[in-house]
Design a protein around this ligand. Structure first.
Ligand SMILES: *[C@@H]1O[C@H](CO)[C@@H](O)[C@H](O)[C@H]1NC(C)=O
Ligand SMILES: *[C@@H]1O[C@H](CO)[C@@H](O)[C@H](O)[C@H]1NC(C)=O
Length: 589
């Protein structure tokens, strides 16, 4: 009697619990999905069909968008590969991990550099691995390799929470493909061409003076000058010759398997590996980061795609990538995993508009209506495609216009996997699920800070209760030649000294009215001009106060080629050539 009385108040609560509890046979628990996070390289927001392109065919990116949420203001944390990817992996501004360069070079170029994502950084892969997820990175890494010895692989994906790695430790570059040119061309001109011209001029002058009988020049002097001319040339030729095997190679876990890598069926090989990983882990939660080489130069595509698009080699590569994504989506359907997998698709930053071949063919993508591109913080450099799909959990066919960041993936994925966030450091990303599920209409990012490498370039402010998106630039890149939409003379824009124009007061735009960033506001056109800038300055000061010094991973010392760190799959080490790919795929698990 007394017992049932005690029970009575509990009963409605129990019933309510039963109603809320997703324990029925049909309803599956929405917790702990698997993750397929897809990152394209240099793909512009104007490239996918679902972002408005009518001529580049991306049916699979479009299909993903139809099944999920399309973000229209998704922002890369940096307009360059290495820092953007560091931020993506850690949920933190790259400046916090030392992955933001103070010099001109903002990315790793050599496999045998000592810089990289510090082991003290926590990637989402590490968090998920701790939660029992199977984790793999397939494709491009570009976040460093070794620290002190070639075998320590301290920066390698396997040291950052991935159980498996198959792909390029550095990046696809023009220099990786014979005949595709060199990214070092302009640097080489400076370093080799100038001294060569000086020595040449000296030789001619001396020769003329001697012929006129004005001076007596010993033949040894001529020889010395000739040697002086030959030395930088020989060094350059050696550099260009060895660059490819030393830096363009494929690894499977800790082993170098193809050095230099072959472009032959490369996307197909990466795709098959990704499909195998999914099938192998169908019975357990997994994290697959599929990091495409497309659509960075040098462009390549298999015979099925070469010459098929309306946009040359660039379009062929983009359409091959789209095909690959389709294969992965098909595997998720085949294995009945689609409904329990969160798929994310994005690009590490905007399209590289300066990529135009000597023949004038555009090898960079489209940033749609947006200004600028890769290597600068105009919207074209950082506003990237962003699509998230999780059928039944994230409503299909929606668009979210609020500002979001590629750093948001970190806390979103961690939370869904049941992992607490690290509490000993600042995480700059924010959980996306409230926005994606329509539970919250507002982005949690009131302010976002846009860095050009180490330098705070611009601030974005989306004030609460307002539709405005203010963006204030402290400096802007000097586009060259004048009037161009990019830094064509240097191939990428640099972030400091005479390469930029400083603005005081900062250049202010309201992106909600002027997404093309065409007309800076003035106190006359925007009465609140000074108040807005003051609020943004205070936010920037507050943000700066949270920064602590981190060892510079992209210092000249950490960027340089260090011969003793060179990975080489063959002996003698100088040759560095092997091909173990022919032995067949899936050699490891
Ligand atoms: C579609 O993409 C191609 C390749 O990047 C580009 O040349 C073209 O301008 C784009 N079209 C639009 C409407 O952005
Ligand atoms: C997946 O989820 C969608 C949306 O909730 C549903 O319509 C579909 O039937 C589900 N498919 C499977 C195989 O459970």
């Amino acid at each position: 009697m007394s017992k049932s009385r005690k029970m009575r108040p509990l009963l409605p609560a129990l019933l309510l619990l039963l109603l809320l509890c997703p324990c029925g046979a049909e309803s599956r628990s929405p917790s702990r999905p698997s993750f397929v996070l897809v990152m394209a390289d240099d793909l512009g927001i104007g490239d996918p069909g679902c972002y408005g392109n009518r001529t580049l065919r991306t049916p699979n990116i479009d299909r993903l968008a139809r099944g999920g949420v399309k973000l229209t203001q998704h922002l890369a944390a940096s307009p360059l590969c290495t820092p953007s990817r560091a931020a993506f992996m850690t949920g933190r501004y790259p400046v916090r991990s030392g992955m933001a360069s103070r010099s001109r070079v903002g990315v790793f170029l050599f496999s045998a550099s000592s810089g990289g994502l510090p082991t003290s950084e926590i990637t989402f892969a590490r968090l998920l691995k701790e939660q029992g997820y199977a984790t793999a990175l397939i494709g491009k890494w570009h976040l460093g390799l070794s620290c002190d010895r070639p075998a320590d692989l301290c920066h390698h994906p396997l040291s950052h929470g991935f159980d498996a790695f198959y792909g390029l430790p550095v990046t696809n570059l023009r220099d990786c493909k014979p005949g595709a040119g060199s990214v070092f061309a302009s640097g080489a001109r400076l370093l080799v061409w100038a001294p060569l011209q000086a020595v040449g001029a000296a030789l001619l002058t001396l020769g003329a003076l001697r012929a006129l009988g004005l001076v007596r020049v010993p033949p040894a002097a001529f020889l010395l000058l000739l040697l002086l001319a030959a030395a930088p040339l020989a060094a350059l030729l050696a550099f260009l010759h060895f660059f490819r095997p030393l830096n363009c190679f494929l690894m499977r876990d800790r082993d170098v398997t193809q050095q230099p890598f072959s472009y032959d069926r490369l996307t197909q090989r990466l795709t098959a590996e990704a499909a195998r990983f999914i099938r192998r882990n169908a019975e357990r939660p997994f994290l697959l980061v599929l990091s495409y080489l497309h659509v960075h130069t040098a462009h390549f595509s298999s015979p099925d795609f070469a010459g098929r698009s309306q946009h040359g080699a660039y379009g062929d590569a983009a359409e091959e990538m789209d095909w690959s994504l389709g294969q992965i989506l098909d595997v998720l359907e085949d294995t009945q995993l689609a409904n329990n997998t969160l798929v994310y698709f994005s690009s590490d930053h905007g399209a590289h508009v300066e990529e135009v071949t000597a023949k004038g063919e555009r090898h960079g993508g489209s940033n749609g209506i947006f200004k600028g591109g890769k290597s600068n913080n105009w919207e074209g450099g950082i506003r990237v495609p962003g699509i998230l799909r999780w059928p039944g959990v994230i409503p299909a066919g929606q668009e979210v216009h609020e500002p979001t960041s590629n750093m948001d993936i970190f806390p979103t994925v961690a939370k869904l996997a049941g992992s607490p966030l690290p509490d000993d450091r600042i995480i700059d990303g924010r959980d996306l699920m409230p926005l994606l599920q329509g539970r919250s209409p507002r982005s949690e990012h009131e302010f976002l800070f846009h860095y050009c490498n180490f330098y705070l370039n611009a601030v974005r402010w989306h004030p609460r209760g307002s539709t405005s998106i203010w963006k204030a630039f402290y400096f802007t890149p000097k586009f060259t030649p004048q009037g161009a939409n990019g830094c064509f003379s240097t191939h990428v824009c640099f972030c400091h000294s005479h390469f930029v124009t400083r603005h005081d007061p900062p250049l202010l735009f309201d992106l909600s009215r002027d997404p093309r960033e065409s007309t800076p506001l003035t106190p006359e056109t925007e009465p609140r001009f000074h108040d807005i800038l003051r609020a943004m300055q205070e936010a920037a000061d507050g943000h700066r106060a949270t920064l602590t010094a981190a060892p510079d991973q992209l210092s000249v010392g950490n960027l340089l080629w260090k011969p003793w760190l060179q990975l080489c799959c063959s002996t003698p080490r100088l040759a560095c050539r092997c091909d173990k790919e022919a032995q067949g795929p899936g050699a490891t698990h």
